[in-house]
Design a binder for this molecule. Structure first.
Ligand code: SF4
Length: 510
């Protein structure tokens, strides 16, 4: 790996937004749960490529295999064969909280008396420093500096006092703030739960029985594309604040913590989710196609060819071309066998990073006026390199169209843009960004336009408008905002956000 070659702590392509993680859980006592989880994690691989892990509950204990690397690198056939069980949880990670290390890989283990639990978490907890200090005070020790381990240890701590995991989860949900979707395995039960605003996605599916009546089960996942690969059918979203428990007694829905106004992450529809995933009855592909049509209505341009930046820019490019009656075609070819590019210490090497992933198709772009549709602009350096690449390949004009508004505000709920100064649109207007990326014109989809293309549920749009559904504690936000920018908290913090562990132990939970 380049990482070892350079000996530097290099990060994956820092000019792209990254989802922090993908989670999966399965209850299917008659199935090979470890292998099915491995397949599901492959379907969720786009959500995280730093590490992967699977924990299996076999009726008497929990077995875990996790490591740095892609799913295909982490699990051998031998590993999977050595993990028989009734249930499993799996995780792929692109971490922003905590270092890139084996200890930070998930699922995280926590031991309660002689019971082991394994927790897989997607999201970010904004008050984890306070909670880590609280746990530290009562003698809990950590192996990593991740917020996910804080959640695992909190559940372990409260369960140790209450002697019921469901109570341990409820106490934990009372305290943790932020965006989270979690799947938890113990030796004989699977749990799944989601933050009270539903910021991070979590869906429930059913595994049908085989013809002989065996093999029925349940699955949970960050996206429905993980259901398709294991043969499960979508049932419903896990509700904000809900806990699902699946065991020999069947599936039970339990209240976790009081649901608040729904704010699903709208960026899932723009970029993170796979186009074949379904959200509220619509495919992500069709939403992106409609974003392209809307963008064409808002910012039309005459051109010879409309191209998309693979992969998430392709559906909106198709929609853009259809709306204006322009030709849609391939202009950029993605190297699918370079899974990751690494930021290198020199600009020259950074440019190579993009070239490792993308190349211009000279036959299609030479001498043409091109519209290039992409999902977002973060720092602007990648867009600039792609525009140059197209011009080097002979494009006469390159007009850039972005199928979402300008990303001006940092995300604190599970995406790796928590420093506003990294975002080019925070400090430059559209014209200046256009000059920086050396495009002939640039336009972004309006927020109203974006909202017209997604289901009518509540959305988190904080990275576009600075209105945060969960208050970001001042200590957590320190140094993260550009001077003059004042984030708006849509709601006051909950009582639990700063509660001590001792105070929480006084709270009655069912
Ligand atoms: S701030 Fe943006 S990326 Fe983060 S959860 Fe909200 S919509 Fe998603």
């Amino acid at each position: 790996m380049l990482e070892n070659f350079t000996g530097l702590d290099v990060r994956e392509d820092a000019d792209t937004l990254h989802e922090e993680c993908g989670v999966f859980g399965i209850w299917a006592p008659d199935r090979d749960v470890a292998r099915l989880t491995c397949f599901a994690l492959r379907a969720l691989q786009h959500r995280g490529q730093e590490s992967a892990g699977i924990a299996v509950g076999n009726g008497s204990t929990v077995l875990v295999r996790k490591d740095l690397g892609l799913v295909a690198e982490v699990f051998s056939d031998y590993d999977l064969g050595a993990m028989p069980g009734k249930l499993a949880v799996g995780h792929v990670r692109y971490g922003t909280s905590g270092a890139r290390s084996w200890e930070a890989a998930q699922p995280h283990l926590s031991t309660i008396d002689d019971v082991i639990i394994a927790l897989a978490h997607n999201g970010t907890l904004v008050n984890s420093d306070h909670l880590r200090a609280e746990l530290d005070r009562v003698g809990v020790r950590f192996r990593s500096n991740t917020d996910s381990e804080v959640a695992a240890k909190l559940i372990g701590f409260f369960t140790g006092h209450e002697h019921r995991i469901i109570k341990g989860i409820r106490h934990t949900m009372n305290l943790i703030e932020g965006g989270y979707a979690m799947a938890l395995a113990r030796e004989n039960a699977l749990y799944a739960f989601r933050d009270p605003h539903g910021i991070r996605p979590l869906v429930l599916g059913e595994l049908p029985a085989r013809e002989d009546g065996t093999g029925a089960g349940w699955v949970v996942a960050s996206e429905t594309c993980a259901f398709d690969i294991v043969g499960a059918r979508f049932v419903r979203e896990i509700e904000p604040g809900e806990i699902i428990r699946i065991s020999e007694d069947g599936l039970v829905s339990e209240p976790g913590t009081q649901a608040r106004a729904t704010h699903n992450c709208i960026f899932e529809e723009v970029y993170f989710s796979r186009p074949d995933s379904i959200v509220d009855g619509s495919s992500v592909y069709s939403m992106r196609y409609n974003m392209g049509r809307q963008l064409a209505r808002e910012a039309p341009v005459d051109a010879d060819l409309v191209i998309g930046v693979p992969d998430s820019g392709l559906p909106p490019a198709e929609g853009f071309a259809a709306e204006l009656g322009l030709k849609f075609g391939e202009g950029l070819i993605k190297n699918r066998y370079v899974a990751r590019t690494f930021i290198q210490p020199t600009q020259e090497m950074r440019q190579m990073g993009v070239r490792l992933k993308l190349n211009a198709l000279r036959d299609n772009v030479e001498g043409k006026r091109i519209v290039m549709v992409d999902d977002s602009i973060v720092r602007g350096t990648t867009s600039k390199q792609i525009v140059r690449m197209l011009k080097d390949a002979g494009a006469k004009e390159v007009h850039v169209r972005i199928n979402c508004p300008e990303v001006k505000w940092p995300c604190f709920y599970g995406i790796d843009t928590d420093v506003q100064a990294q975002l080019i649109s925070a400090t430059k207007n559209v014209e200046e960004v256009c000059q920086f990326i050396e495009a002939d014109s640039l336009a972004f989809l309006s927020l109203e336009g974006l909202e017209s293309c997604v289901p009518k549920v509540g959305w988190c749009k904080a990275c576009y408008n600075g209105e945060y559904p969960v208050e970001v504690p001042p200590a957590f936000a320190a140094g993260k905002f550009v001077e003059g920018f004042k984030p708006v908290s849509l709601y006051p913090p909950t009582d639990g956000a700063t509660r001590s562990i001792d105070e929480e132990l006084q709270v009655e939970v069912q």
